[in-house]
Design a protein around this ligand. Structure first.
Ligand code: SF4
Ligand code: FES
Length: 238
């Protein structure tokens, strides 16, 4: 049943505003609507200038990560009732911390993707591929990095990480998760290169084991565990 839902959204237009400020919108929504649906209602019927990223609307593309009531979430995966929007509570929506705001809820993802690229997120194997088959891998070997294959590069982990907020050069949890996906792949030969990159000052040892990243991940990837496994690989060669 439709109810009145109030969103308090951080707005910033670099061509108009000296600094970011909150604006409040009250619209009709269903408790089972997703926050993305409510943002669409605001944009389509109240204020067409509201700007945010979205694409798949099904938790797959990773483009609508934002801070919802203080936690990084995908707007397309959070229901109005999950955050008390159907009980009269205001839902506060902000861009992720640790990223430069370009406009409203849209942040500059370029530095994030540069860090992702820095850990060589692709299979490295210096031997010629078998002529008549794939590079085989046992099920047991595949399972070792199964969880880190699920990353959708939404940035929710990095954007909830205090060392990432404080240190613009820290590679961040998302890049580390994607390094893990290849470091522990039995077919890959680039592990030593990646461990060398992540062993530098802006790599895995910047992590303070706060677990915000694990809490934020919409794919339930155990991000902190992956970081720990890389540290162990570095320190104990396992
Ligand atoms: Fe998003 Fe999770 Fe990947 Fe981080 S590890 S970028 S939170 S999917
Ligand atoms: Fe694609 Fe939410 S719009 S993950």
């Amino acid at each position: 049943m439709a109810t009145q839902v109030t969103l308090k959204i951080l707005r910033y237009d670099p061509e108009r505003d000296k600094k970011a400020h909150f604006e409040t919108y009250t619209v009709d929504a269903d408790p089972l609507d997703r926050i993305l649906d409510v943002l669409n209602t605001v944009k389509w019927y109240n204020d067409g200038s509201l700007t945010y990223r979205r694409s798949c609307a099904h938790g797959v593309c990773g483009s609508d990560a934002m801070r919802i009531n203080g936690r990084n979430r995908l707007a397309c995966k959070v229901l109005v009732r999950d955050v008390g929007g159907d009980t009269g509570k205001k839902i506060q929506i902000e861009p992720m911390l640790g990223f430069k705001i370009l406009k409203d809820l849209v942040v500059d993802m370029d530095p994030f993707f540069e860090k992702y690229k820095s850990i060589k997120p692709y299979l490295i194997n210096y031997e010629a591929a078998p002529a008549s088959s794939e590079r085989y891998q046992s099920q047991e070997d595949r399972e070792i990095y199964d969880e880190t294959t699920k990353c959708i590069l939404c940035g929710a982990c990095s954007g909830s990480c205090p060392p990432y907020w404080a240190g613009p050069d820290f590679v961040g949890p998302a890049a580390i998760v994607n390094a893990h996906r290849f470091i522990f792949d039995s077919r890959d030969q680039g592990g030593a290169e990646r461990l060398n990159i992540l062993g530098q000052g802006e790599g895995v040892f910047r992590c303070r084991t706060i677990y915000n990243c694990t809490d934020a991940c919409p794919r339930d990837i155990p991000v902190t565990k992956a970081i720990e496994q890389i540290r162990r690989a570095m320190l104990y060669n396992r």
